[in-house]
Design a protein. Structure first.
Length: 151
């Protein structure tokens, strides 16, 4: 299981996701360009020292990432898709999250093998990307038995 961040805009969100990934032993792919300098202070503050231990792979662009994606692409989206509680995950899934400001372009949306949405109350548009990553990753790890053994 891996997380993939498509052209993230906010360093603090990336840092939080790197911390999540490090704590759970999950790899992270980052499709560039990012909307901030990758070594940004906000990234370090949110990720703390955990971010340094995360398995991070940076990719110059979408095509570079697609050439290395190990499994099925599961896009978290607000534009339709299967409800998270009805989606089926497998151990080598890559959970793909779009940028905070723009999401993903149509070509990336169409490339996903599965599109998943987190159900929310009517009238609300979206969750913070790091919160969405945690919710979806938790469900995916539950289904696949992928939670870390320690703790």
């Amino acid at each position: 299981m891996r997380l993939c961040l498509y052209q993230p805009d906010i360093a603090g969100n990336v840092g939080t996701i790197l911390r999540l990934a490090a704590c759970l032993g999950i790899g992270v792919d980052i499709v560039e360009p990012c909307g901030f300098p990758f070594g940004d202070r906000a990234l370090r503050r949110a990720g703390m020292d955990y971010a340094e231990t995360a398995d991070v792979r940076r990719h110059a662009d979408w095509l570079a990432f697609r050439g290395t994606a190990p499994g099925r692409l599961v896009l978290l989206t607000t534009a339709g898709g299967v409800r998270l509680d009805a989606a089926g995950f497998v151990a080598d899934d890559v959970l793909l999250l779009g940028s905070e400001g723009a999401g993903v372009p149509r070509a990336v949306h169409d490339a996903a093998d599965l599109r998943v949405r987190i159900p929310m109350r009517a009238g609300y548009r979206s969750l913070n990307v790091a919160v969405a990553a945690g919710i979806a990753l938790g469900e995916a790890l539950r289904q696949t038995g992928g939670w870390p053994q320690a703790g």
